[in-house]
Every structure is written in C-alpha cells, then in structure tokens.
Ligand binder design. Sequence first.
Ligand code: SF4
Ligand code: SF4
Length: 498
Amino acid sequence: MIVIDLQLCKGCGICQKECPNKAVFIENKKAVVRENCSSCGICTRVCPVQAATRSARKQGAVKCSSCPVQCEILEGYLGACRRYQNVNGQLVRNRKLVTEVSQDGPLITAVGAGTNYPCCRPAPHIVQDTVDGVEVVTVVTEAPLSYSGVKVKIDTNLYIGEEGSKVKREGKVVGMVDTEEYGSKMLSVGGANLLTGQDGFIVARTIVEIANGERVKLKVEEGSALELQVGHPPVINGVEDTKMRVGCGSATIGMFAAHLKEVVDEAIILDHHVVGLLSEHLAGEAVGMSWSGVIPNARKSTRGRYFGEPGHGWGGTSIENPEVAIKSVDMSVAKAGIKILVTETTAQKAALFRVRNDGSVQEIPITPDVRKVIELIAGNCEKAMVSALYTGGTGGSARAGVAAHPIKVTQAVHNGAARLTIGGAPAFVFPGGGINFMVDVQKVVPKAFTWVPAPATVAPVEYTMTRQKYEEIGGHIKSIKRLSEFKESKVVLTRKEQ
Ligand code: SF4
Ligand code: SF4
C-alpha cells in the first residue's frame, strides 16, 4: 500500500495528475490515497520530495503477476494498466479477445489475451486449427515492450521546427522531430531511453494514445504547437492543414509545366524544401521555354531548383508576401509585361504579377486561365492526414513464451516460416537481428494498445505458423488448445468465416 508522509507532502498535486487510477486527491494541501490505489508506485517515482512510499502489502488485495509492476488490487478495482480487474478475488482480463480476424490473419488476435509474466511461462493462448488442410498454430500475448515508440507522419507544408528538436507534452520530452520524408514531417515519439527516463510515464501514455487514435497535444521546442490524431488532418499552431503538397516546388513544375507554360511566362512554386522556377527548369525547357530573366528569392541548387528557407510563410517558407518571392528581374533577358505566377505546392495561395519596364513587378488579378491551372494543381493534392507506425522490439524474453529456443522464433519470423501480426495487422519486420517491427496503427484492432508503469507500452503480438514448424522450433506443444475448445470455453470467438 502507499503511505503519504504528511510532513513532507507539499500538496503539489503531481501524484494526482500522474496516477492512472485517479486514486490520489489533494485535501487540505496534502495528498490522500483512496482504496482504488493499486500500489503501482507511479506516485512514489514522480513525487519531488519522496513523500509517497510503498509500505506493507495491502490487506485483502490480489497481487497481479502480469507485468513487473505487480499491482495489488482490491476487490472490484483495476490495476494501473486498466487491463485486469479483481472479480471475487480473481484477476480477470477485462477485455474479451477480439474476434474479427481477417481471412489471412492469425487464428485469434492477442487483443484481450493478457500476458504471462515472466516470459518463461507459455504465452497466454496457443491455438491450433486446420486451415486449407494444414494444421496451423497461433501464439498470442499482450507483450509489455519497453523498446517501443511511434513514428508519426504529419502531412503538412507548414513549419513545425528544426529536425532534431525536442517534442514535448505538458513540458516533458516525449520525442523528437525526425527527418522530413516526401514532404511530410516525421516525429519519433518514445524509444527505450525516453520510456525509461525521468518522464517515462507520460512518454508511455503518449505513445499509446497516439497509437489508439486519440487526439494528443504536443509542442516542438522552439517550433509549433501540434494537435495530432491519426486519421485526421494535423492542426498546427491552431490551424488545420487540409492539403498535402503534390510534390516539392521542382516536382510541381515537372508535373504541370505544360499547363503553366500556356498561361504564364514564369512560375515560382514556393516550397520549404525545393522552390521551382518554371522557365529555367528542365521541365520548362522540355515544353519549349527558355529562362525568363526572373530570379527567385531562394538559394540556387540546380537548374530551376532552389532551396527554400523554412518558416511560417507561403509553402512553409519564410516568405509571407508573394512579391518577396521575386528577388529581381534581369531586364537584359526579360521583356516588360511578362506574367509571373507565385504559388505554393498545394496551390492554396497564389498571386499573379506583371513585370514593369524598370524590372519591378506589379500584382494583377488572377486571370481565369491561370485560375484553372491553380485549381488543377490543388486538385491533385491529397488530403493532409496524420498517420503513425507503432514500432517495437519483441525479440527479447517474450520469445520464451512462444518456444523453448528463442533464437528459433526469431529465425522463423525472419525466414517467413512464422508470420508476425500485431493486433491482427501484418507487421513489417526490420532486417538484421532481433524482432524489431513496425505496424500501421490504423490496421490494428481499435484501442489495441495499453501501457504499464514499468513503464512500457503493451502491444498485442501474434505469431502464426504451421504446427510442424511450431514443433521444430520447440514450441509449447502441451499448451496448445484447439480453436473449438476456445469456443466452448467462450473465451474467444473465431475467424470471420466461421
Ligand atoms: S500507487 Fe499508483 S495507483 Fe496508487 S496512488 Fe500511486 S499512482 Fe495511484
Ligand atoms: S507529488 Fe508528493 S508532494 Fe506532491 S502532492 Fe503528491 S505526495 Fe504530496
């Protein structure tokens, strides 16, 4: 049980905020612990003055052995992971095994299976059935993974911050801005070191909330405020971004050069990565153009391609006023009266300019033919969306719950003899040693992930292979149950077609 030293307690409320069971409250500026406390120990680790301590075992509580935290749970209450409930003195997994498994998925999913900890015991469910005349085995467990995180993809041209910047939640570091790939910003949230660090609990909670499709507010250090929810458009500094760019500025020129050439003499496509200049670009040349004399306000890379400066302006560049995108016009090359279009790779903002005799420019109304090309570019953009891959390493001790020879489990996964699925969804397994995987959280059974205050996230893991292969790798043959036995015990339903 948890005891609060009232002399030390400052009533700061940190324990109240972090308690997963909402079992602490502040009364008369002191922490008070309720009966639903499961002695998970989070408060003892977050209290800045060590006022909360774990003392003797709680009278009448059942100790949970499903993870190293070993919560003590009184009748009717839940453990800190919210998975196990004390029902009449028995700990019961409070979610049924999920039944909807696709035709080519595992025999059952691990969602709701529970965990056998420590992993030297066989996995909670090892199921056998005949599929297309072949005996197939699926081994499932909800594995606590301290080597885990989410890679979050944010489709946006808006500036979110420098690569490598810390990503924070409620002021705590939960990840970092990763590289930028195909115009999307990537975040890495979690990872073993952050999970086991000072703020591991909020890191675990953040990974799980993102993976389960909940809305999460994050802040990039010296960058933008982010509101992210998988499957929804990103909200950056309070603005919802609706369109994903069609490509970088150069790619936009490449795709639409023929259309642009028909309506303008020059186009500058602003983009925080590569700004495109139509007439100088190889695509411009390919459609019969030669350099117009227009010089864009960006750093030259190669023909018609310029590096943009990231910022909060057009196309995610620092340019807030489109006229500034035109650095100068070389009138020894250019002709007065030529038309220059300045737009973004999403074509959400656009402006048209005419060149005066002295090389200065004047904004003019966008003509209907130019408008059509702008709409063509915008119409080829996809919806901006937040997506995420849960990443984990399940090659550790959890393999012992699958078979007596852990390395044979790894080998079977790598050589394709055993298929790894996470909550019913196919996982991509990284080459090399161990079983490091990635899975699209939108393909996994809804709300499949949980966390324990080890801290670690809990992922549903399924290994499916032939019975013959399972015997070969030293599988726990005695623990196998036929799918029909599960049906009888009403623990689990079955594959969709049955
Ligand atoms: S031990 Fe866990 S459940 Fe109990 S009060 Fe502390 S944080 Fe809450
Ligand atoms: S975190 Fe510690 S000091 Fe703050 S209210 Fe809880 S027990 Fe008291």
